[in-house]
Design a protein around this ligand. Structure first.
Ligand SMILES: Nc1ncnc2c1ncn2[C@@H]1O[C@H](COP(=O)(O)OP(=O)(O)OP(=O)(O)O)[C@@H](O)[C@H]1O
Ligand SMILES: [Mg+2]
Length: 346
């Protein structure tokens, strides 16, 4: 029963010997540290040294003084260069045995941020759908009336004006349609995410050939169920923004990286998923303007003169229909959008 308990804990648990070599770790620890039990058993883990060896020092001290310690906001450097912030407690169990419990701070911060994001998104969706609907109804009437009027105009030259009415009504209808988002149900068919990415890359390469497109794919990712054309749309909206931002700011060596990874035991909103597909779209452009950060995914929020500000809100709603979401980290020189799609949910 203890084994079962440990294996299902969401807290990462690691058992170390007196030389800080791994005796055992639970699946939560494997997921957090991105290592596997089989490969690290008996080894001293670099990622448990902490930044500048700070964590290893605390561990050694706990063993030496035979006293438990808790430390907050320690930084662990993972294999692959990623760093995570964690709280950890170390308890000596015997002269030569240490119990280490690790609680990721990043993830807690991320979950609360995501919950806020999801609930805000819901509010916006309801609001904009209501508004869009109210705009569309009278539009049909206006357009029809202008056409009737055109037929009975005494001077054919006046038709220029009724045509403006019809054209502008059409333009408004298109805008509202885009605001309403995809109107057909998402299809759920097995699809290969790399095919989606390759398609987007080909499209962008044709539009912006100066950009260096880097592919960093995890070929072991299984197929996911979803709507291929909508996912292409979502990825394209995000990637096109990146390319446009790099182009406009005149970055010397514009580079767009498309990266895929499988994330195990990953929490999206309030739900924990066994396996999540992560698509990261990374650019070395100027970063998201500070004024837009909080409202980035809202419809009609744009930093570009000719932008309609719908790209990201549409992408986000497509991801929602796949039970996923988009998150974003941005600073000058590095902007990363991550599209997260659960693999087992659909
Ligand atoms: N990778 C990025 N780097 C810098 N700024 C970005 C990036 N992605 C998005 N933005 C900013 O976010 C804004 C909103 O993007 P969004 O795609 O929603 O609308 P848009 O691109 O302005 O218009 P649309 O996509 O509807 O034509 C952009 O105008 C841009 O200012
Ligand atoms: Mg856009």
């Amino acid at each position: 029963m203890y084994q079962r308990l440990l294996e299902n804990l969401t807290t990462a648990v690691v058992l170390l010997d007196d030389a800080l070599r791994v005796r055992w770790l639970n699946p939560a620890a494997e997921a957090l540290l991105a290592v596997s039990q089989g490969r690290v058993q008996g080894l001293r883990l670099e990622c448990l040294e902490g930044e500048g060896g700070a964590v290893a020092e605390v561990l050694a001290k706990a063993l030496e003084e035979y006293h438990p310690f808790t430390q907050r906001e320690a930084v662990l450097l993972l294999v692959g260069g990623e760093s995570i912030t964690v709280d950890f407690t170390v308890t000596p169990l015997a002269e030569d045995e240490l119990l280490l419990e690790i609680e990721p701070r990043d993830r807690l911060m991320r979950i609360s941020r995501e919950e806020a994001l999801i609930s805000r998104q819901e509010t916006i969706k309801v609001l904009s759908r209501g508004l869009a609907h109210e705009i569309k109804n009278p539009l049909g009437g206006i357009r029809g009336a202008a056409q009737l009027l055109e037929r009975d105009l005494p001077d054919p030259q006046l038709a220029e004006f009724t045509r403006v009415i019809v054209e502008e009504a059409d333009r408004l209808r298109d805008l509202v349609d885009r605001m309403l988002g995809p109107n057909h149900m998402v299809r759920h068919e097995p699809l290969n995410i790399h095919k989606v990415l390759e398609r987007v890359r080909a499209l962008l390469e044709a539009e912006h050939s100066r950009v260096d497109y880097v592919r960093d794919y995890d070929p072991s990712l299984p197929d996911l169920n979803g709507d291929e054309s909508q996912l292409i749309q979502a990825v394209l909206n995000v990637a096109r923004n990146a390319v446009q931002a790099m182009e406009e700011s005149g970055v010397a060596r514009p580079r767009l990286t498309l990266r895929t990874r499988a994330r195990r035991q990953f929490t999206l909103g309030a739900e924990r998923h066994r396996l999540v597909c992560e698509v990261a779209i990374i650019d070395n452009g100027p970063g998201i303007p500070a004024a837009l950060r909080e409202t980035l995914f809202y419809p009609m929020v744009s930093g570009r003169a000719e932008g309609s500000g719908l790209g990201l809100s549409i992408a986000q709603s497509i991801l929602h229909q796949h039970q996923g979401l988009i998150e974003c980290d941005s600073q000058p020189g590095c902007t990363e959008f991550r599209l997260l799609i659960p693999l087992e949910a659909n």
